[in-house]
Write a protein that binds this ligand. Structure first.
Ligand code: T46
Length: 141
């Protein structure tokens, strides 16, 4: 299922160019500052998601911009801007979701073959994370 409309703040759908008509497989293309709306400074992959009860994320970022993709398998992305919440089924490598600043995000319900790819606008900085939901709510309401 592709998200039709994103209802939370600081998010949105990023559709990548996709060639699906090759007899030898598909091609999906991401280009920084074109369909990825920032200069990519970091890329990370999350895989080995065999634990059916795994729950990742559960935090927001103060300034970081990210686009998250499910490049294999599926998972559920839960978004919360402090006021509105949305649940998105992720299962299409050509459809990314913007994880902008001050957006609480949680990933769960991973298929065992799930592979997540994230493009980030900056290097890793633990100080940019808000990992306490109480603090996130205080800052967004
Ligand atoms: C996010 C979601 C979508 C690093 O040292 N460097 C890195 O670039 C990253 C991403 C993580 N780490 C360390 C920090 C923790 O000690 O790796 C450990 C696991 O990170 P975390 O628990 O934050 O992983 P997730 O999957 O909950 O969250 C990750 C990103 O950290 C986060 O920015 O938005 O994916």
């Amino acid at each position: 299922m592709k998200p039709k409309k994103i209802n939370v703040k600081n998010s949105g759908v990023v559709k990548l160019q996709c060639y699906e008509d090759f007899p030898d497989g598909n091609l999906v293309i991401a280009e920084a500052r074109k369909n990825i709306p920032f200069t990519i400074k970091r890329v990370y992959i999350i895989n080995n998601l065999f634990n059916k009860k795994a729950v990742r994320g559960k935090h927001a970022h103060k300034k970081l911009e990210q686009i998250i993709f499910c490049i294999n398998g599926s998972f559920v992305l839960r978004l919360d801007d402090g006021k509105h919440k949305q649940r998105i089924a992720m299962n299409d490598p050509s459809v990314g979701i913007r994880l902008g600043p001050m957006l609480w995000h949680t990933m769960l319900n991973f298929s065992s073959d799930c592979v997540i790819l994230v493009f980030a606008s900056d290097w890793y900085d633990e100080k940019d994370y808000i990992r306490a939901y109480d603090e996130f709510k205080r800052l967004t309401t």
